[in-house]
Design a protein around this ligand. Structure first.
Ligand code: AHM
Ligand code: MG
Length: 358
């Protein structure tokens, strides 16, 4: 006799054949015969910390972790309890794992050397924003973690790495990723062979491959910027924002605005749907707001691997030579045609503006 599941066609749906993040990483690693497994273990440590942060966040309203710590971080920004907690979880997981010898975190003034344990090789540097968008956390808006991974360069001692070992251009990244704690929790990362996305299945506590080989559309219908600062933007950018909002159905304008104010969430949506995210320089913040090393560079690596583009308005973000850990940068990132048009407007180049296809 036909079961009710069969009669509803449920068994045609593939409910179980998912690959876990760990299986995926091991498969990738098998492609490199000389790999030691250190990188796989490092990603495992990061994903473990992400699960712990996720767990705490899901209960944040029930336990006393909303609100501020009463401290300001190195950026002079009010530190949220969740910022401090997320920072701690990532540092603990990386220290325990032993594959990372130096951590740079938004929540700590200096890069933190980790004494490498016998557990691991300690040859990687991890730069991270443990909880991006945390000003949104008390009101239940999606936030995220951003991470960027480098190798410890030759000439540095992994037992005592100098903090400047972290100051490498984004082109040197070995991997980069983010976790978005949204309506579901997703981990998205690249090692330079495309971008893969994993969704956390809370019932089994595993990230499962749900978005293989993400490609961002060449153009999209969304722009994301804090337009409250419109009058602080330079002329070229204001012209671009005006252009996006003109009525011209033939070129699919006006373009919709979506701005959560949580970079990971804005970026994730635009990556999947197509769009541009901008955090430009303003008169009072000529370097913009976002941090080069653990916000802009990792997202630039991801977007480029997904077919997109990232610039500071003058140059490719990943080619910028960093001079300090908490350096800021203006950022224009997303679908390639949209970013190219933004660049043309920023340069006041009418010919280039006209040459970008709609
Ligand atoms: P944070 O790392 O301290 O959370 O700051 C970065 C955040 C981004 O997530 C977000 O896109 C931006 O700051 C929002 O800034 P603003 O409120 O100026 O628009
Ligand atoms: Mg941030």
């Amino acid at each position: 006799m036909e079961s009710s599941a069969e009669s509803k066609g449920l068994l045609d749906v593939d409910l179980g054949d998912f690959k876990t993040l760990e299986q995926f990483i091991i498969e990738q690693e098998d492609r490199f015969p000389h790999s030691t497994g250190a990188f796989s273990r490092l990603l495992r440590d990061i994903s473990l910390a992400a699960k712990i942060v996720n767990r705490d966040m899901r209960r944040a309203g029930l336990i006393d972790i909303y609100g501020d710590t009463g401290e300001t971080n190195v950026q002079g920004e009010v530190q949220k309890k969740m910022d401090a907690l997320a920072h701690r979880e990532f540092v603990l997981a990386l220290r325990r794992g032993g594959e990372c010898c130096l951590i740079g975190s938004e929540e700590h003034a200096e890069a933190i050397p980790l004494s490498t344990s016998s557990a691991g090789d300690g040859k990687y540097i991890v730069l991270l924003d443990p909880l991006d968008g945390s000003s949104n956390i008390d009101v239940n808006v999606s936030v995220g973690t951003i991470f960027s991974i480098y190798r410890l360069p030759d000439g540095y001692d992994k037992e005592k790495p100098e903090p400047d070992a972290a100051l490498q251009p984004g082109t040197q990244q070995v991997a980069a990723g983010y976790v978005v704690y949204g309506s579901s929790t997703m981990l998205v990362y690249t090692t330079g062979s495309g971008v893969d996305g994993f969704t956390l299945d809370p019932s089994i506590g595993e990230f499962l491959l749900s978005h293989p080989q993400i490609q961002t559309p060449n153009r999209g219908g969304i722009f994301s910027v804090n337009s409250g600062y419109y009058h602080a933007f330079d002329e070229g950018l204001r012209a671009y924002l005006d252009w996006l909002q003109e009525y011209d159905p033939e070129t699919n304008r006006p373009v919709k605005t979506r701005y959560i104010g949580s970079f990971v969430s804005d970026f994730h949506r635009n990556l999947l749907k197509g769009g541009i995210y901008m955090y430009p320089a303003t008169k009072s913040s000529p370097e913009g707001k976002l941090r080069l090393m653990y916000e802009a560079n990792p997202m630039a690596f991801i977007v480029e691997q997904a077919g997109g583009r990232a610039t500071d308005g003058q140059q490719r973000v990943m080619e910028k030579v960093p001079h300090k850990l908490h350096q800021r940068t203006p950022l224009f990132i997303g679908s390639p045609d949209m970013v190219q048009r933004a660049e043309a407007f920023l340069h006041g180049d009418d010919e280039r503006v006209a040459s970008v296809s709609d």
